[in-house]
Design a protein around this ligand. Sequence first.
Ligand SMILES: [Zn+2]
Length: 87
Amino acid sequence: MPRRMQPALRALLLPDSTAAGLTASERLALDVRATAARTGRCTCGATMSLPEDFEPGGVYVVRVEHERDCPAISPAAQRALRKLGLR
Ligand SMILES: [Zn+2]
């Protein structure tokens, strides 16, 4: 009987941009970050470089070098993450 392989899992932490108490610019910042995390490419053109040595069960931090004016790294993004208790 053939064995089925488990589907590959990819975990992402996507802050909720619809959470109460966020301003429009904070919501935009979180949405831009979420798009970059989901697709590996940010609207500013930055791409996500994945480590070459992924191991099953490992937890990795991936760095994305956003453009200086990208909403993903704006003060609004930092405020939003603090409001959500993620900073
Ligand atoms: Zn960006």
